[in-house]
Design a protein around this ligand. Structure first.
Ligand SMILES: [Zn+2]
Ligand SMILES: [Zn+2]
Length: 414
């Protein structure tokens, strides 16, 4: 073994990284293999190894991999994502650099892929992807809660903690939400604010790809709690996409009678597996309303209807599903400049509560991770595929064509 390392280096694999990728995994091994000191290793051209190791601030692993570039998905425009070599981020004060263990595809990313930008979050060329969990490889000065080697889930955003909304327990509406993207990459930088407010250690028993569900699940948990369910309520969830199914699962786990209102066969299966008491499958809104109401005593309607599709027709449908005094949650965000027409008499004389939950708060994110860690949440049911970073384009094309309606989320592994 020893001679192979020397030989490897002599033969022109000049960097430690090359040697290490050849099958040896620590600086020590390399040194033992015939290079007497770390300095000698560094002498081969890896100045960063010396600084990293001698300062003891970074992991040996990171030091060895102390290459300067990584593979990352870069969004250049509409349906134009390229896997490129980009600089590995560095952790400044208060920041972390995390090696991505798994990044999950999400409807938001699909929209970004299709449109080529995101008004609030992404202007190309840009790194993207936002649901991920991984292992800390570098902790910047001042970081005390996390150290290299820690498995963490870092959320896609964090509130400022100072604005009117943050000070009124509505951090999800923060005037200055800081977003972070770049999960479809080998490494991702986590900004200080997200490190301090919205990063959590992943319990040992939780696979990273399950922990990566924390973000979407937090949205679902928030929407569910915000609908203020009461014991014995019947809850209908319109939509069999990832968030609709999560919402349904959360309600079922909380012990409520649930009705899933979905369109596709694959969604019927998934809804059943995730605990739906009843499933209404119909491509006609009229029929879906009838059938859903028929499942409630004297057709009076459900106590809570949660819309998780994000189209105006479904918003209107949700209003038709609830009983007098019921609650509607417009949980699915519709496209810009869309409007709905509501029957004012029905809203007023039936005393219907309208809510529209958006995003999540740090407290809710913590709850979502706890639910995943509890083992009750069927995390693996939401991850229906795995793909390498290289395959990202193909994955999105597939999601766009909806060739597989039963796909929920794909775990992208760098
Ligand atoms: Zn998402
Ligand atoms: Zn704020």
């Amino acid at each position: 073994m020893a001679s192979t390392v020397k030989d490897a280096i002599r033969r022109g694999r000049k960097t430690v990284e090359d040697v290490v990728e050849g099958g040896l995994d620590t600086v020590e091994t390399v040194v033992e293999a015939g290079l007497n000191t770390v300095d000698a290793v560094v002498g081969k051209g890896r100045q960063t190894v010396e600084s990293a190791v001698s300062l003891g601030r970074r992991t040996v692993e990171h030091a060895i991999l102390g290459r300067t570039t990584m593979q990352a998905a870069v969004l250049h425009g509409r349906e134009d994502v390229r896997i490129e070599q980009v600089p590995i981020p560095k952790a400044e004060t208060g920041e972390l650099v995390v090696r991505v263990g798994a990044a999950l595809t999400c409807g938001t990313d699909l929209k970004v892929f299709r449109r080529g930008y995101h008004a609030r979050m992404i202007v190309p060329p840009a790194l993207f992807g936002h649901e991920m969990a991984g292992t800390v490889v570098e902790a910047g000065d001042g970081v005390t809660d996390y150290a290299p080697g820690d498995r963490v889930v870092a959320l896609n955003s964090a509130p400022c903690g100072k604005c009117y909304f943050c000070l009124h327990d509505q951090e999800n509406l923060c005037d200055d939400l800081l977003f972070n993207n770049g999960a479809y990459a080998e490494f991702i930088r986590i900004p200080e604010r997200i490190v301090s407010k919205n990063t959590f250690v992943v319990p040992e028993n939780v696979p990273l790809e399950h922990a990566a569900l924390t973000e979407p699940l937090a949205c679902a948990v928030h929407g569910f709690e915000d609908s203020r369910p009461r014991k014995g309520d019947i809850i209908a969830v319109i939509g069999g996409g990832p968030l609709g199914l999560m919402m349904l699962h959360v309600a079922a786990l909380a012990g409520y009678e649930t009705i899933a209102v979905v369109k596709h066969d694959g969604q019927v299966e998934a809804a059943r597996q995730l605990g739906a008491t009843h499933v209404v499958q119909s491509s006609s809104i009229r029929k879906a309303i009838q059938e859903t109401r028929a499942l409630t005593p004297r057709d009076r309607g459900v106590d809570i209807a949660i819309e998780a599709v994000g189209v105006p027709e479904a918003w209107q449908e949700a209003v038709e599903l609830v009983r007098k005094g019921g609650t509607v949650n417009f949980f699915g965000g519709c496209a810009k400049n869309t409007h709905v027409t509501l029957d004012t008499n029905r809203i007023h004389y039936s005393d219907i509560t309208l809510r529209a939950t958006f995003h999540h708060t740090p407290a809710i994110c913590r709850k979502a991770l706890a639910l995943i860690a509890s083992g009750r949440f069927q995390a693996s049911a939401f991850i229906t595929g795995h793909a390498h970073l290289y395959e990202l384009n193909r994955v999105f094309e597939k999601l766009m064509n909806r060739s597989t309606e039963s796909e929920i989320k794909t775990a992208i592994v760098p």
